[in-house]
Design a protein around this ligand. Structure first.
Ligand SMILES: Nc1ncnc2c1ncn2[C@@H]1O[C@H](COP(=O)(O)OP(=O)(O)OP(=O)(O)O)[C@@H](O)[C@H]1O
Ligand SMILES: [Mg+2]
Length: 131
């Protein structure tokens, strides 16, 4: 997958399907786009593809939610969903323990409003811009 992807609301279901199919574990997705552009919708669509039954909502007030799912290799992988909209600084993000988990092979991390921590994002992050 390219480092920067541009996705419209209409493309979300097919992109989520393609992402789910190609997940290896350890991916970090930086979801960037204005209010209502589709960031949460994308995480929900990916959750459906990964057969996560729990309802994925916007974690705006609690910042981070984690959902386990089974990888194709039948391993337990955790989907981490963050929403940094209300985050003031990177210290707050560190407090969540994100640095200890993102990029690990048994995690897939999706970060709404990741532009807020752009300079701290690992190089391998995949940036998805919602149009
Ligand atoms: N295929 C579609 N066609 C039209 N509208 C859609 C489609 N899919 C989702 N939507 C709507 O688009 C909006 C996207 O909202 P969403 O919560 O995903 O945005 P967001 O980028 O997460 O916003 P925020 O910055 O507030 O977190 C919702 O109102 C949703 O119902
Ligand atoms: Mg959202």
């Amino acid at each position: 997958m390219k480092k920067v992807q541009y996705v419209t609301l209409q493309q979300i279901p097919s992109v989520a399907k393609a992402v789910a199919k190609n997940l290896k574990g350890g991916e970090i997705f930086a979801l960037i786009g204005s209010l209502g552009s589709g960031k949460t919708t994308f995480v929900q669509a990916l959750g459906r593809e990964l057969k996560i039954r729990k309802k994925i909502t916007s974690p705006t007030f609690i910042l981070l939610q984690a959902f386990p799912f089974q990888s194709k290799a039948k391993k337990e992988v955790w989907l981490y969903h963050l929403d940094l909209y209300r985050t003031k600084n990177f210290r707050e993000v560190k407090t969540l323990g994100l640095l200890e988990v993102w990029g690990k092979p048994d995690t897939v991390t999706l970060i709404e409003w990741a532009d807020k921590i752009k300079k701290y994002l690992p190089k391998k992050s995949i940036i998805i811009k919602f149009l």
